[in-house]
Write a protein that binds this ligand. Structure first.
Ligand SMILES: Nc1ncnc2c1ncn2[C@@H]1O[C@H](COP(=O)(O)OP(=O)(O)OP(=O)(O)O)[C@@H](O)[C@H]1O
Length: 565
């Protein structure tokens, strides 16, 4: 979008002020939030550093500062400017680490350029916040030259009394030079990777795959020998090495039943890893017979955070002891998936019959009876949806099984909502153990791996989430847990069949953010505020009263946690 005429600019300003008023109320001196975990290396920073160094030399001793931010308005660097200007900028926290999003500090050259998606000059009193009105800021967007992803903003700020009409053209020129530099860097890296790839293909005469930041190359031999599922696992496995400057040898168990030995060699240009070339050295067909190992490797579903591994171990242990089990947890946390995977892991192929009580209602009794008669293991999902009478009948059905001869045969697990313990079961002591499956927001570190697993399972093998997109997903609250993440990825796949997905391409429901990983306490605090706001249909005063905190605190927390309801 381009903003050309003065009228249009005024219009955008009016809208920007309205947004600022909604976000900040009457707060005339909002404080920019500080981000503790800052990005110190990125495509943008690498390309911008030399450009900004050269440009700040051109305007040496001028009262103008060049400010680079990421695509959420967090300041990454500040160059140039005389000491008076720098002191003034420090006073308004326009400094590295602080976030200049419009929602945080009101209309300004950085946040407003991001909001309107176009370069913009905000002059003196056009700023929303009083303390910013002594500055003039020109912000120009920096987009990735090939993917078009929004990377950040270059902003030129000076004191309003020095404002000059060249500020905005100069900001646009800086953005243009940074984009060109990104393109040069990328083609230099891609050339280095291509060179290593061709050399590996010639030397080895084997299947070869090369992976760079935006590039994937698969030679004809690799395409012939491995289907797309195998290729996806190989690529996934080599992600473990991404960015690694040392050669490495890895093993990968492929879905086709072979184990492949992968030899990784980094392609390096200017001391930086441009990508890696993977030669597939040999493959061995795995034995189909029963595994002899006492403690087989856990399945991929279990290879996640300590919290999730611990939960998996608990379920597997109950299954190993044939101890009947209740899995409770919020909707969509993966209770059934976990029970299935643990059962498969422990019994190595014994059938587990899954009955959904929410779908079958009272009919679940007759079906469970028939399956138990045959000695099957049983997973009854959504047991809490049964009526009290049906639950009672189920308890009476299960009690003789527990005490009878085939008790040792059948393993039974139920899934229920949190805290939904059925008194009939408790009185018969049918289910001695309950495992609580943690919500996704308590294991945000699992989101990258989980997203890749889910993308593969929905057939979106050609879709790759960028690191920034994964960070964005990891910051969300996920009330619908893994099931919601799955539906978000399905929605994404409907619009993007392949390629690298950047944050702006994620579905809208992924837009509420906090910039950092929250501590457990902060997560609980955020959840309480979200729950109160939802209950009060977004009314902040009502939520504040319900929580016993001030309205100002609710506003502050909404901004801090990036809550949008
Ligand atoms: N660790 C995981 N890896 C891959 N997919 C998963 C994982 N956990 C859950 N899923 C997928 O997420 C979705 C929801 O999981 P599941 O149905 O097991 O959740 P649930 O807690 O039993 O849900 P409900 O609220 O209906 O009881 C399913 O599509 C499942 O395959």
């Amino acid at each position: 979008m381009r903003i050309e005429s003065t009228n249009e600019i005024r219009n955008w300003l009016r809208i920007s002020w309205r947004r600022s008023r909604e976000a900040l109320g009457d707060n005339d001196s909002p404080t920019a939030a500080f981000v503790e975990e800052r990005v110190t290396d990125s495509v943008l920073l690498r390309a911008a550093r030399p450009v900004l160094a050269a440009m700040s030399a051109e305007i040496e001793n001028e009262p103008v500062s060049l400010i680079l931010t990421d695509n959420e308005g967090a300041v990454l660097s500040r160059d140039g400017g005389d000491s008076g200007l720098l002191k003034a900028l420090d006073r308004v926290h326009l400094a590295p680490g602080f976030v200049y999003a419009e929602s945080a500090v009101g209309t300004n050259g950085i946040g407003t350029a991001l909001e309107v998606g176009a370069p913009i000059l905000i002059d003196g009193s056009e700023h929303y916040a009083g303390p910013l009105q002594s500055f003039s800021c020109a912000g120009a967007l920096i987009t990735h030259p090939t993917s078009g992803a929004l990377l950040g903003v270059i902003d030129l700020t000076t004191e309003a009394r020095h404002a000059n009409s060249l500020l905005l053209p100069f900001a646009k020129l800086a953005a243009h030079r940074i984009r060109e530099r990104i393109l040069d860097d990328a083609s230099e890296r891609e050339r280095a990777l291509l060179h290593s790839y061709h050399a590996a293909c010639r030397r080895s005469g084997r299947p070869v795959i090369a992976i760079g930041e935006d590039v994937l190359m698969v030679n004809a031999l690799a395409q012939e020998q491995f289907d797309s599922r195998d290729q996806a696992v190989i690529i996934e496995r080599t992600r473990d090495t991404s960015g690694r400057a040392q050669p490495a040898t890895l093993l990968a168990d492929l879905p086709s039943g072979v184990t492949a030995r992968l030899s990784y060699e980094p392609a390096i240009v200017n001391d930086r890893v441009a990508g890696g070339v993977i030669r597939i050295k040999e493959t061995v067909r795995r034995s189909r017979g029963p595994r002899i190992a006492k403690d087989p490797d856990p399945p991929s579903i279990a290879r996640m955070s300590a919290l999730w591994r611990h939960t998996f171990r608990d379920v597997a242990e109950s299954c190993r002891r044939r101890e009947w089990l209740v899995l409770d947890g919020e909707p969509g946390t993966g209770k059934a998936a976990l029970a299935r995977a643990a059962h498969e892991h422990v019994t190595r192929g014994r059938a587990l019959v899954v009955l959904d009580a929410a779908r079958l209602g009272g009919k679940v009794l007759a079906q469970a009876d028939a399956e138990l008669e045959g000695g099957s293991d049983l997973l009854i999902r959504h047991a809490d949806s049964l009526s009290d009478a049906d639950l009672d009948a189920l308890a009476h059905l299960l009690q003789p099984v527990r005490e009878g001869s085939h008790a040792a045969e059948s393993w039974i697990a139920l899934t229920v909502r949190p805290g939904d313990v059925c008194s009939a079961f408790a009185s018969f002591r049918l289910f001695p153990k309950t495992v609580t499956v943690p919500p996704l927001r308590h294991r945000a570190e699992d989101i990258p791996q989980l997203s890749r697993d889910l993308l593969r399972s929905i057939g979106a093998d050609d879709v790759v989430l960028s690191a920034a997109s994964l960070n964005q997903l990891a910051r969300l609250r996920w009330p619908g847990n893994t099931a919601q993440l799955r539906s978000v990825l399905e929605e994404l796949h409907r619009h993007h069949r392949r390629g690298l997905i950047e944050p702006h391409q994620l579905p809208p429901e992924c837009k509420a953010t906090t910039r950092r990983t929250l501590s457990k306490i902060e997560t609980l605090e955020r959840d309480a505020i979200v729950d109160a706001l939802t209950l009060h249909e977004g009314d902040k005063a009502g939520a504040a009263t319900a929580l016993g905190i001030s309205r100002a605190t609710v506003y502050r927390k909404i901004r801090e946690f990036g809550i949008r309801i």
